[in-house]
Design a protein around this ligand. Structure first.
Ligand SMILES: [Zn+2]
Length: 169
């Protein structure tokens, strides 16, 4: 598994001078380092991690966010059993998104398993903008996501403010 730090550093828990410099220069964050260490311990147990790349790891209110190489969402998030195992091992709620190819793709990854009907940009009178996501159907008790956390995760990954509405009220 490729990580933001050397795999040797992730295993031993001690950063080499090169990675230490990356951390000092803010090319990587403390969260990148922490999450790299945790994931490197799991590779032997969870083989699906093996051919993936962690680009960034983030710790936000609402859980741990893994921004990964393309295809990782399909491999790690859509497999329910595997995903549960990852959450249990990391002792955190987990969000996985492929590295950005478009905001829409990131949003779809974060909202999974919920679907997105439409995405619109809404301009506010003060010139700032919000991105409005409309979820199909109406909100039921079984809706799988905490919307407050979804907003925090999206803000952390692509830096946009979300407004989330349901198609029917
Ligand atoms: Zn290193």
């Amino acid at each position: 598994m490729q990580l933001p730090i050397c795999s040797f550093d992730a295993k031993t828990g001690i950063l080499c001078p090169k990675c230490e410099t990356k951390l000092k220069n803010n090319h990587i964050t403390k969260s990148d380092v922490n999450i790299s260490k945790k994931l490197s311990k799991l590779v032997d147990k969870i083989h699906e991690l093996d051919k993936t790349t962690l680009i960034h790891g983030m710790e936000v209110e609402g859980g741990t966010v893994l921004v990964m190489s393309n295809g990782s969402h399909d491999k790690l998030r859509k497999n329910q059993l595997l995903f549960r195992q990852l959450e249990n091992e990391l002792k955190s709620k987990l969000w996985i998104t492929d590295i950005k190819t478009s905001n829409r793709q990131v949003l779809e990854n974060i909202f999974f398993p919920a679907k997105i009907l439409t995405i619109n940009v809404v301009w506010l009178p003060d010139g700032s903008k919000l991105t409005k996501v409309i979820v199909p159907g109406r909100k039921t008790k079984r809706f799988p996501l905490n919307l407050k956390h979804v907003k925090k995760v999206v803000k952390a990954v692509i830096g946009i403010e979300l407004l989330i509405e349901f198609e029917r009220t």
